[in-house]
Design a protein around this ligand. Structure first.
Ligand code: PMP
Length: 302
């Protein structure tokens, strides 16, 4: 378990983390009606260098809107939220890199199964940035559970309740001795991991499942694509078959909490020579450099 900050934010108020709670009768608890995002903060001598905060807040607003949690914009405006997070950091005084989890919870009690006109609370807590995937040689198992379809619970919306799908598949993978699951969608194409996107390299081309493959549109995924574009790489977002992954030159997963994780084994099949490849290593370094760049548009010093 990662160490959490002593203090958290509840609707803009800093409270001891143990008091940052929602009711057992809230729609958030009863039906998983909350949306969230997690962003990365790099600990530097000058403060916490946070990665792509505006993109995370925007996706959170879109997630809330997509599932019909109305009233969100009052609690989720960017400028006040960023100021509040700055105060939270000052209170918690972290000495290591951190993840920040921002959640909008539907807190109305026993409201029945609906999403609109519910009271909302925005919380933020922070915790030590511990990777969720090995950073050298990760192994994936294709899941028997399929990714929830866009027509069921959209993966594009980061809805807490939808993570039951991820938990089922990840637990199966761990029980079978793997690090994470690889989801296929209802059409049998590669989608993503439990909480990370996936890429492969074939003949120097960077290929990843497209946004209609029931994926979360990851902010790290977008960053990797933009960094690869800057390097002049050929990039393709399209449907991907599982066996293309088996025969790729390189495969890696990426996400805020996964960073860039080289995948060397899928379903017991060794990918290429079973080591982290050149493109993967380069892109991982580029991402790390971008996250440490004080002058970049992608970072905010808090
Ligand atoms: N897919 C899923 C299902 C996730 O939960 C995450 C983690 N947020 C990602 C992909 C990666 O998204 P991001 O790069 O925005 O963290």
């Amino acid at each position: 378990m990662a160490t959490m900050g002593k203090f958290s934010l509840m609707n803009g108020n800093i409270v001891p983390t143990e008091e940052a709670t929602v009711s057992v009768a809230s729609s958030a608890v009863l039906y998983g009606l909350s949306v969230y995002s997690v962003f990365f903060g790099k600990h530097t001598p000058d403060g916490m260098l946070c990665f792509r905060i505006p993109d995370h807040i925007k996706r959170l607003q879109q997630s809330a809107r997509m599932i019909g949690l109305t009233g969100t914009t009052q609690t989720l405006e960017k400028e006040p939220l960023v100021e509040e997070i700055k105060e939270l950091i000052a209170m918690n005084k972290p000495t290591t890199d951190q993840f920040f989890r921002v959640t909008v919870h539907a807190v109305s009690e026993v409201a029945g199964v609906r999403t609109s006109d519910l009271d909302l609370v925005t919380s933020v807590f922070m915790y030590d940035a511990v990777n969720i995937l090995p950073q050298d040689q990760a192994k994936l198992k294709t899941s028997l559970w399929r990714r929830t379809a866009d027509t069921a619970i959209p993966a594009r919306a980061k809805v807490n309740g939808a993570y039951v799908n991820s938990a089922l598949a990840k637990q199966d993978a761990i029980d079978a001795g793997f690090d994470d699951c690889l989801f296929l969608n209802q059409n049998g194409y590669v989608s993503e991991l439990s909480a990370a996107n996936i890429f492969m390299i074939k003949r120097g081309e960077l290929i990843t499942p497209d946004c209609a493959s029931d994926i979360l549109e990851g902010i790290t995924r977008r960053s990797i694509i933009e960094l690869a574009e800057q390097k002049g790489m050929k990039i393709c977002e399209r449907k991907v078959a599982l066996t293309e992954m088996y025969t790729a030159d390189e495969v890696f997963a990426c996400g805020t909490s996964a960073f860039v994780s080289p995948i060397v084994n899928i379903d017991g099949r060794i990918i290429s020579d079973g080591t982290s490849g050149k493109y993967t290593n380069d892109l991982r370094q580029q991402l790390a450099d971008a996250q440490a760049d004080l002058t970049s548009d992608w970072t905010t010093l808090l």
